[in-house]
Design a protein around this ligand. Structure first.
Ligand code: G3I
Length: 666
């Protein structure tokens, strides 16, 4: 169905012809698709940042990348106000390649993640994602970057408008709202926890004073969104120009962080320092002898010296120049892997498995008095990751070298508040630490009333937080990851408290109601939703399907079915969990019966619920025989969430085939 819709739209729009005024010899954008194959017939791209781009034989090789964001970019001005689908085929030695969107809005620059994939060095893999470009955005560009500075090769890039095309080339900009009369979250929650926000550098010198007024009214803690990350603090130019002098202690440059530190100092705001030791946004040269990426990796001893000097210098430069401003540091960020164990990264490769332990040992040794030391991670409420984190942090806690657990909390309304609080209590009890929620954003659910439903969820979440603190959970700070939806790293998911023009969203009202009482206001255009338990039934004979890809998989209707002529093929995933996903939100809280036929070269195909932070298998089907297997079973769908998907995945990345799928209420 989705595919049919896209092609109809493409046909209608084939007649429309518009172009972006491009400088520097770029190909004019006509129609609703940008398609670059690096064969010399088009050039929709230009260089972004410090790097070299060589195009030959249908591929672009991006080398000499001095920063992780350096690469190529595609101006997308003609697509403002539209949702685009971006597909990039890339290969690289970088662990992860990312496609991002950058735009300017109300004087702020936003960097939004479209998709990222663990790529391979030797063969091309697709990176695919959808994003909506805000109508008010100026100079939107899609760009290709990575978590590190190794070469990236790109074979093709396709950027295509999905759905009906909106021509918004002359949309008026909504006036910014004056936030001075808003309810103050920091005041409302002063008996419970500090309330913070991550802010980007552009907010500090923004010509519109409303952004900082909002910070002033609402928050008493600030986290620099990017400016204290290693790649912004390490002075590459000075260090690499004289590696012998800086061998044990790389040169540092705090130019990026100074404006926000100045602002906090002048306005009596406290800052969370983010982050000292991280696998990402840390250039690979740091880990090599003589800082030469073509040489050999540095020894454990040398890396321990560099680590200690870095931690000491950064923490103490901040304390000496801005005494008392930084009250907590994320000493280590995201060291736990997504599939159990610790994440593979240069710190682990050079120092060894105890690199987290050593980082906290050095941090404790050099931390200014009173500064709290945190470990920070995402999905830290998921049971598997909890165990990995607790195992990793136990010796550190026993040595008295950690004060807090930072739960990032990039969540959806699928996360049940009770299990979230349980996770907090587990960290607090087993490690003897306090808790900060460090990066809260809540994706709006794909429901008929997304803003309202998000507000209702926010209220229940904050009621649970209040209740937890009343019952002894040592939650000391809740930080939102950004100010407005437009400025969020996941802007399309509308995850924050304020609209782009600073008007408060129902999500803000939900946080206020949680502590003051009252209910989130139902909007005038509220869409009544009747109970709809219509069964899902797909036999693919009409060549249509209602689900879609989970991450980078592709679905197609093919022959050799279990029953009839057609079945669904899922292929192209770069991880086992890249599967076929179906929205089953209407069955939340219900007991359901499901049945399907499945076939795969993988040993097993699982039918899994996509609950935020846990992924329970509804069933595991043995497909090792290679033939079709029919399966049926029951599942009690949990309640307390507003949206839910289920998906099929295989035990390796082999394709699988699906037929005669039904899901219905018992
Ligand atoms: O600074 C450069 C700029 O000089 C350059 O012109 C531009 C190129 O287009 O790129 C800029 O870098 C961007 C950077 O933000 C801004 O400092 C990167 O491309 C962009 O990927 C980067 O995104 C940040 C991301 O971390 C990666 O560091 C997001 O803004 C930030 O919200 C996000 O935050 C992370 C937390 O640190 C850890 N937890 C997850 C969270 C979300 O990904």
């Amino acid at each position: 169905m989705r595919k049919k819709m896209r092609s109809v739209v493409a046909l209608i729009l084939a007649a429309a012809c518009f172009f972006t005024a491009c400088s520097g010899g770029l190909t004019k954008v006509t129609g609703t698709v940008i398609e670059e194959n690096f064969d010399g017939s088009t050039k929709y791209w230009r260089e972004n940042g410090d790097c070299k781009v060589t195009v030959s034989n249908g591929e672009a090789v991006i080398s000499d990348r001095k920063t992780s964001n350096a690469g190529i970019e595609f101006p997308c001005d003609a697509f403002r106000g539209n949702t685009i689908n971006v597909t990039v085929f890339a290969k690289s030695a970088n662990p992860t390649v990312r496609i991002s969107l950058r735009y300017e809005i109300y004087g702020n620059i936003s960097y939004v993640t479209i998709a990222e994939t663990s790529v391979l060095e030797t063969s091309y893999l697709p990176i695919i994602g959808d994003i909506t470009i805000p109508a008010n955005a100026s100079d939107p560009v899609v760009y290709i970057e990575a978590t590190d500075v190794m070469d990236i090769s790109v074979k093709s890039v396709k950027i295509e408008v999905t759905g009906d095309y909106n021509d918004l080339t002359s949309t008026p900009v909504d006036a910014l709202q004056d936030p001075s009369g808003y309810e103050s979250l920091k005041d409302l929650y002063s008996d419970y926890f500090m309330v913070g926000s991550a802010i980007p550098a552009t907010v500090i010198d923004n010509p519109n004073p409303e952004f900082l007024q909002l910070v002033d009214v609402e928050f008493n803690s600030v986290t620099p969104e990017n400016e204290l990350k290693p790649e912004n603090v390490l002075d590459a130019e000075t260090t690499l120009a004289d590696p012998a002098t800086y061998n044990e202690c790389p040169a540092l440059d705090f130019t990026a962080a100074k404006p926000i530190l100045d602002y906090c100092q002048e306005n009596g705001l406290k800052m969370r320092g983010h982050t000292l030791i991280w696998y990402s946004q840390t250039p690979s040269w740091l880990f090599f002898e003589n800082y030469d990426v073509n040489g050999t990796l540095a020894s454990r001893d040398l890396m321990l010296t560099r680590m200690e000097n870095y931690i000491d210098s950064v923490m103490n430069w901040c304390e000496e120049n801005y005494p008392g401003v930084i009250y907590a540091w994320d000493v280590v960020n995201e060291a736990a892997g997504d599939n159990g164990g610790m994440r593979d990264c240069y710190w682990k490769m050079t120092v060894g498995d105890d690199y987290v332990e050593k980082a906290f040992e050095f941090a404790r040794l050099h931390a200014p008095d009173g500064v709290q030391l945190f470990y920070n991670d995402y999905n830290s409420y998921s049971p598997n990751k909890q165990q990995v984190i607790i195992d990793m942090l136990t010796p550190i806690a026993e040595a008295g070298n950690i004060d807090g657990m930072g739960m990032q909390s990039h969540i959806s309304s699928g996360l049940q508040p009770d299990s979230y609080i349980e996770a907090m209590n587990r960290y607090a009890d087993e490690l003897g630490v306090v808790i900060h929620i460090t990066e809260l954003d809540v994706s709006a659910p794909p429901s008929a009333n997304p803003y309202y439903d998000q507000g209702v969820y926010m209220k229940s979440l904050f009621e649970a937080l209040i209740d937890a603190v009343d019952n002894g959970t040592p939650l000391e700070c809740v930080t939102f990851w950004g100010l407005t939806d437009d400025m969020s790293w996941k802007s399309s998911e509308l995850p924050l408290l304020f609209y782009g023009n600073l008007a408060p969203k129902p999500a803000f009202e939900g946080v206020v109601c949680a502590i003051k009482g009252g209910d989130v206001t139902k909007p005038e255009d509220y869409v009544e939703v009747a109970d709809d338990f219509t069964p899902i039934s797909e036999d693919y004979e009409d060549q249509e399907f209602i689900g879609g890809p989970r991450y980078s998989s592709t679905q197609a209707i093919v022959g050799n079915a279990y029953d009839g002529d057609y079945c669904l093929e899922n292929s192209g995933g770069s991880a086992e969990y890249d599967g076929y996903s179906i929205d089953v939100s209407r069955f939340i809280g219900q007991s359901i019966h499901f049945s399907f036929a499945v076939k795969s070269n993988a040993d097993m195909v699982c039918f899994t619920a996509d609950i935020d932070g846990s992924w329970p298998h509804l069933c595991e089907v043995d497909t090792s025989g290679g033939d079709w297997v029919f399966y049926e079973g029951d599942y009690q769908v949990p309640s307390g969430m507003t949206n839910l998907s289920v998906y099929f995945e295989s035990s390796d990345t082999s394709s699988f085939y699906l037929d005669d799928l039904t899901i219905e209420v018992n």
